[in-house]
Design a protein around this ligand. Structure first.
Ligand code: PLP
Length: 387
């Protein structure tokens, strides 16, 4: 039996090795350490835990599938994969008809970049300042933050970054050499900045003007997080390529790049992943989508976001620069570093995360109880005071 301790030295490479708190099990929005101390997840699962930990429907589906067939190469048909793809496409506007399955968010973005370059025969990708799209080299080239990029340069050529929420900048940057304009409808890692509908409409128009593809990275915003199944529904602007991951399979690793038959018909070359679309992830994904819809979790996120409004407004103080977000995706930008506030929150039994140095980010499971959610905001108010 493994008995982790908070102080155990970690063999993990990189940032994972700096975690102090060891968590061993979860139940809904609650996570527990080895001493059975309970924490409320306000973001500890980085948005991948929208269904909460150990959702019974996902557990059942995984248990059943694991005994049937864990893995199968994508060269073979599989009814679970087919059912999952049909379920996913059934939730999207009818022009979406093709899905490339992978294992993570960054892979879903890599596929979007390759699809766009190949389908348009053009090299250029335009992304936004403060945007985050992953850490493999293609996705990292679209990611903005200098400290994430610089140690690995030179990155992939022909990537440009424009200011977010400035329609005018798109007019200049998106040109005849542009394959893909890649945007998050709400920037997550970059500090929770919500795109205006006018901006997304301008993005659509800029792409249509020159024949570039519009890509929305909904790895963080998708699947109910913002109060709609997909964040693009708030504006009604439909992209040509959509990337999903995080909670798509209820916590089991998965990535999906969704596009149209028309884009696929122009795609030359090949793209493939050994584990992408494996029956285990697809079974979990099917159960997760059924749960998302059956438990009305997007509507729940919208409602819990609305109910939080007075508490979010009450966070305003001389330490708080701005509170931004929608549904169950919020950023509280402080006038100081977020780390002491996060530590004070943790001491009260609430786990949130940062988005950059000064933003406290809240991405609770969509199944969180109202009491835990509003209690977490009260605790955040106290933590900001004492952080
Ligand atoms: C918008 C967005 N795209 C891509 C990624 C990368 O996802 P992953 O960590 O699964 O590779 C993330 C991760 O936070 C994200 O928020």
């Amino acid at each position: 039996m493994i008995t982790p301790t908070a102080q155990a030295p970690s063999a993990e490479f990189g940032e994972g090795g700096r975690n102090r708190l060891a968590l061993v099990r979860g139940d809904g929005a609650h996570l527990f350490d080895a001493q059975d101390r309970r924490y409320v997840d306000l973001g500890a699962t980085h948005g991948a835990g929208s269904l909460g930990a150990a959702h019974p429907a996902v557990v059942r589906a995984v248990q059943r599938q694991v005994a049937e067939l864990i893995h199968l190469g994508s060269g073979y048909a599989n009814p679970v994969r087919t059912a999952f793809l049909e379920r996913l496409l059934g939730l999207l506007p009818s022009q979406f008809a093709r899905v490339f399955l992978s294992n993570s968010g960054t892979e879903s973005v890599e596929a979007a970049i390759k699809i766009a370059r190949s389908a348009t025969g053009r090299p250029k990708v335009v992304a936004a300042r403060r945007g985050f799209h992953g850490r493999t080299l293609g996705s990292l080239s679209a990611t903005w933050r200098k400290e994430l990029r610089e140690p690995f340069e030179p990155l992939v050529p022909e990537f440009a970054h424009v200011p977010y929420n400035e329609p005018g900048a798109l007019e200049v940057a998106v040109d005849e050499r542009t394959a893909l304009l890649l945007l998050e409808p709400v920037q997550g890692e970059g500090g929770v900045h919500v795109a205006t509908p006018e901006y997304l409409r301008a993005a659509r128009a800029a792409c249509d003007r020159v024949g570039a593809l519009l890509g929305f990275d909904e790895v963080q915003t998708g699947l109910g997080r913002t109060g709609r199944l997909f964040a693009f529904e708030h504006s009604g602007v439909v992209p040509d390529v959509l990337t999903l991951a995080k909670s798509l399979a209820g916590g089991v690793p998965i990535g999906a790049t969704v596009t149209t038959s028309e884009v696929e018909s122009r795609f030359q070359g090949s793209h493939h992943s050994t584990f992408g679309g494996n029956p285990l992830a697809c079974a979990a994904g099917l159960a997760a989508l059924d749960t998302l819809v059956g438990e009305h979790l997007a509507e729940r996120a919208a409602e819990l976001g609305r109910r939080a409004a007075p508490k979010l407004a009450a966070l305003s103080s001389d330490k708080v620069r701005e509170v931004r977000g929608l549904g169950l995706m919020w950023g509280v930008e402080l006038r100081e570093r977020a780390a002491p506030t996060l530590a004070a929150l943790e001491a009260e039994g609430y786990l949130a995360i940062s988005a950059g140095a000064t933003v406290v980010r809240l991405l609770p499971p969509l199944v969180i109880s109202e009491e835990d959610w509003l209690g977490g905001l009260d605790a955040l108010g106290r933590a900001i005071g004492h952080g």
